[in-house]
Design a protein around this ligand. Sequence first.
Ligand code: GLY
Ligand code: MN
Ligand code: MN
Length: 424
Amino acid sequence: MPFAAEVYKNRRLRLTKKMEEGVAIIPTSSERTRNNDVAFPYRPDSTFYYLTGFPEPDAVLVVVAGKESKSILFCQPKDPTKEVWTGRRFGPNGAKSTFGFDETYTVDEFDKKMPGLINLKKVYYSVGRNQDFDRRIVEWMRISPAISDVMQITDEMRLIKSSEEIEIMRKAAIISAQAHRHAMQVCRPGMMEYELEAEIGKIFRFSGGDPLHAYPSIVAGGNNACVLHYTENNCVLKDGELVLIDAGCELDGYGSDITRTFPVNGKFTPEQEAVYELALEAQEAAIGKARPGNHVRAPHNAAVRVITKGLAKLRIIRGNVNELIRKRAYYRFFMHGTSHWLGSDVHDAGDYMKGGKWRELRPGMVLTVEPGIYIPIGSKGVSKKWWGIGVRIEDDVLITKNGNEVLTSLVPKTARDIELLMGR
Ligand code: GLY
Ligand code: MN
Ligand code: MN
C-alpha cells in the first residue's frame, strides 16, 4: 500500500463527514478473464483503492455515516490451497490489522450483513460501474428508497491532490520523462514503432519501482500521428518523418501522461519545425493560463487562439483570426481538448463544470496541457508540403498557490533542445 493506513482512515473519515446518515457501498473490480484460464493483469478500482489501499479483487468497502460512523471491508477469505496458486491474501483478520478497518468480513457474508446496514437509511452508490452490484442495489432499493451517487463526493476528494499524492505523481512523471528522453536518444530511421514502444516500457520496468503503463503507449510515425488513438505501433519509422510518442507510467496507482513529437533522424525539416513551433507556442500559452483563479477551459482557449493565428500565418487556413475562431476553422487540425484531470486514472475523476460554468482551477489540481496540430495526407485545400505532419506536446501540470509546476519538464521541448539530445 503506497501510504500509511492512517491516510486511508482519514480519507474515509472525510467521506463520512460529507455524507448524511447512511451507508456508502464501494466495490472494487473482479478479475477479468482474458481467455480460457488466463486473467488480465489485475488493477483495483481507483476510488476503492483511494479509500482503502487494499489491493485484492472481489472486495467491497462499506462506509457507515451517522451516530456511529465506521468502515467495513468485505474481502476474499484466506484459502491456503488457492493461495499456493494465485498468491497470498490478507483475509478479514489480516485486512483489519493492516488497513485499519473497524470491521472486516468475508465477501460471501455481504448479502447477509447488508440489509441490517441499509435499513431505512440513505444509500450512497455509483450506478453503472459494476453490473453485478447494480443488480443487487436494485433489490435493496425496496428497503431503502434514497440513493445518491457516492462518486459525487469521492471525485471531488480525488480532484485535489495531497502532498503525499503529489510526491508519487512527481516520481511517476520523472520515470516517464526519462523514458521519453531515452526514446529520443535511441530512435533511428528503419526502427519499428514497436521497438520504440519497447524501449519506453523497458525504462518503466527498470526504474526501481514496478510501474505499469497508465494507458497503452502511442508510437506513431509520420501520418500515423494524425490518428489520435493509434496504438498498433507496427510501422517502420522513416527517415525524414516525425514520430509522436504518447506514453506514461503508473506508479503506486498514480498516472503520468506525456507526449513528445520529434524527427526520426534527429533533425526537423523547415515545415515540420514550423508546425512544431506553433504547437509549442500554443502549449506554452496554455500552460501560462493554468493558474489558480482561471477556469479549467482557459488553457484550451489560449491554445486555440495561438493555433488559429499560426495556421492562418502559414496559410493553412485563411481569414480573419476572430472569425476563424468563431467558425472553429482550427477544429479540422486541432480536434481535441487541451486538458484533462490527471491522477489515479489518466483521465481522472472530477467535474469540469459547476453550475453550467467551467470550474475554477485551485492549488492541488493536476491537469495535462496537450495541444496538437494534425495535417493528414490528402488534406484538401492544404499545400502538400504540410501533409503527414502530426504534432502533439503534452505535459502534466500541478496547480500551485501562485501558478503552476510542470511535473514533466525533464523532457526537452524546444526543437533545438530535442535535436541536441538526439545528437544533431
Ligand atoms: N494519453 C491519453 C491522453 O493524452 O489523453
Ligand atoms: Mn492526456
Ligand atoms: Mn497522452
